[in-house]
Design a protein around this ligand. Sequence first.
Ligand SMILES: [Ca+2]
Length: 283
Amino acid sequence: MGYKLTNPSLTILVCFAALPAFLWAEGARGEQPAPDRTPLSPYRVVRSYPHDRQAFTQGLVYENGFFYEGTGLLGRSSLRKVDPASGRILRQIRMEPSSFGEGITIFGDRIVQLTWLSRKGFVYDKASFRLRSTFAYPWEGWGITHDGKRLILSDGSSVLHLLDPADFRETGTLGVHDEKGPVTGLNELEYVRGVIYANVWPTDRIAIIHSRTGRVEAWLDLKGLLAGPDAQGADVLNGIAYDAGSDRLFVTGKLWPKVFEIRVPALKGTAGRAGSGASEPSR
Ligand SMILES: [Ca+2]
């Protein structure tokens, strides 16, 4: 609301091919329909915001006018609260040099931050960033989000772990797949209107995942979003945040100089329909 545009010319309509039609294969023996292909979602760039080029973004969240960001790399890992308009860091703690920071999520008055290989999570007070507790988990830690009831954690595989936010015990899993099979490399996460957005390492793609079935309902291909001099020295797309109050979606990447606000239409007839929550799969 009222943020300064860093580059008004970025209000570009970037519409990729609309949802592909259902494809039919003509097999030698007759008319077997091909498995339906996962559609490519259109998107539109709304505006961009400054982002710290030194931030190896591993987790991004938006809440009440601020970004909260977890960064990685040994010796450079941090948790920070950032002013979107200026990119200024308002609050920051640096993790111990042996910790490689990964995804973060805000659950109530707590911020949860994962580490990559230490199998140790950190719980901070949201307001003060004071460390409240730590917890252990038996996987690599990549991304984390929540659906209001369960924490949802990725470990780089195709399986998302569902955890009880009270004690961090696993209560279930969600296998993520598209028509070709399991989708591996699930990284930073964000729960958005009943679906789970997931960066897929090391690509420029985001999987939009049905939160009950694990089926990828649509792909978001953000190749070319960061271009020209901005792309020099930048690493992969990683970092998704959602402003539920204003229905705004933000994406960035590791060592990117910008955060982009993008508009993605809600999926029709799926869990991604605005306000519908999880529902039956679309096929
Ligand atoms: Ca996120």
